[in-house]
Design a protein around this ligand. Structure first.
Ligand code: EPU
Length: 335
């Protein structure tokens, strides 16, 4: 069932060439349980949209590819529960919910990756995070083979964070995720910057969830590179959160610096702006580069190695730290 020496290039959105000594694509829970009973040291690969692979992988690579989605019965008038298996492509799943006129995921359109990894880093965009629509997930504990249900409170969701990236890292395999969506009356979130402008540009006054999704798709396409054309992993760094005092000092020096208030004591600063100010936007180092339209996205123009991308990232970290006294944090998992 395992294949030998498989190239992982098609399985990571950065398009990095690296090899798995052994590889299996898993399509059923039964198969997953059998494999993890024998192999406890598996390396888990899902949509490959949040990893930077810097070496060949010795452990057995398990590609989570279970498919299927369903609408769960429930009596509440405006609530619908929708369950998807981990291997479902995220964006196709979002489109399917919209075809059914279920609301809640429209702002998360066109995010690369699969359903199973969406809760791990609490994916978010344009004012919405997974935690806002998450109901529960089922995960297999590798050590015991037991299936455990995690509700929202069990996941400890934060900004691009969850228990699956921290205390439970590598311990559980997410099998399926259930979302709580709206059935008829939808609560639109169009306050994030460019959405309103994009809707107005198309003369849309009373947008449907599909209109919002289309607006998000246009915005994303206009500044984020399509991984099918240029390898990338979305935002490579998190937006840093600084104290009010630090922010005030910076603002004196850089009055045009964009920011969002997080709380009374903390401010989030766009890492893309910091990186652009350091002169990296659009820069290219061989086949590794910083995207020309969004400096937060590092790209592989073809044959960059994981280490070339990582060297560039470390160069960015050092330069931003020297100039702004802010230590950026990498969002992508470095393997
Ligand atoms: N900006 C620059 N230069 C740049 C990029 C951004 O000056 O090169 C400035 C923009 O002008 C704007 C601000 O930074 O004032 C924010 O930019 P943007 O709206 O593009 O969002 P972001 O903060 O850079 C975050 C998420 C994205 C998500 C967008 C939209 C993180 C780490 N990233 O980016 O998520 O799509 O907001 O909601 O929070 C991802 O996680 O992979 C991802 C793409």
């Amino acid at each position: 069932m395992f294949q030998k020496n498989i190239s992982l290039k098609p399985y990571n959105t950065f398009g990095i060439e690296a090899y798995a000594e052994s590889f299996v694509s898993v399509t059923s829970l039964d198969q997953l349980q059998k494999i993890t009973e024998k192999h406890k040291d598996v390396f888990i690969l899902s949509g490959g949209s949040n990893v930077l692979i810097t070496k060949n992988i010795r452990q057995p690579v398990l590609h989570l590819n279970m498919q299927g989605k369903s609408i769960q019965k429930n009596k509440e008038e405006n609530i619908v529960f929708v369950k998807a298996m981990a291997g479902e492509n995220w964006h196709e799943f979002v489109l399917w919910t919209l075809e059914n006129n279920f609301g809640g995921l429209e702002n998360l359109s066109l995010i690369p990756g699969n359903v199973g990894t969406s809760p791990m880093q609490n994916i978010g965009a344009y004012g919405i995070e997974i935690k806002d629509v998450f109901h529960k997930l089922e995960a297999l504990e590798i050590a015991t083979g037991e299936i455990r249900t995690f509700y929202k409170n069990d996941c400890n969701f934060g900004y691009r964070e969850s228990v699956f990236k921290n205390i439970f890292k590598g311990k559980y395999l997410i099998i399926n995720v259930t979302f709580q969506l709206t059935k008829n009356i939808h609560k639109l979130n169009t306050s994030y910057g460019a959405i309103q402008t994009e809707l107005e540009r198309n003369n849309i006054k009373n947008p449907s969830i599909k209109d919002v999704s289309n607006a998000i798709i246009s915005i994303r396409e206009s500044k984020l590179p399509d991984p099918k054309e240029i390898g990338n992993s979305g935002s490579f760094f998190k937006n840093p959160v600084v104290s009010i005092d630090q922010f005030k000092d910076l603002e004196k020096e850089y009055p045009n610096m964009p920011y969002y208030k997080v709380s009374d004591k903390t401010i989030k600063i766009p890492a893309g702006w910091l990186i652009e100010q350091c002169g990296f936007k659009g820069k290219r180092f061989g086949d590794a580069g910083v995207h020309q339209d969004q400096a937060l996205v590092l790209v592989n123009y073809g044959n960059a190695t994981g280490n070339e991308i990582l060297d560039m990232a470390n160069n960015i970290l050092k330069t931003v730290s020297n100039k702004f006294r802010i230590d950026l944090e990498i969002e992508v998992n470095i393997i």
